[in-house]
Design a protein around this ligand. Sequence first.
Ligand code: THU
Length: 130
Amino acid sequence: MSQELFEAARGAMAFAHAPYSKFPVGAAIRAEDGKIYAGANIENLSFPQGWCAEPTAISAMIMGGAKKIVEMAVIAEKLAECPPCGGCRQKIAEFASADTRIYLCNEVGVSKTMTMEELLPFSFKTEILG
Ligand code: THU
């Protein structure tokens, strides 16, 4: 993983709006256009209305005109390896391939590298809809 991708995820985490969980998360995507798109979790007083860092980064990528996650980094301030939640795994899978690498980071760098297939095995794939 590049230092640039790691720093984008860590930098995004600083923008987290997480006053309720106090669990800031950052995510950064390198897309097929070579650019990096980042995001943080954004919580809400009405708790179910908040969302994770990963979809914020995915939104930035889509609005930047890109469609493919080449690699992605996720970092949480309070956890050495923050596993993306179930819903996020499905959201990432929409724009990733089985061998896309997802880096779970701590404050200094990568702690664990996983492929999309490892993160979301036996998944609901586009082929299913025919
Ligand atoms: N969170 C993320 O941003 N990504 C994940 O994959 C796991 C959870 C956020 C959601 C919420 O704002 C906080 O972490 C605590 O659950």
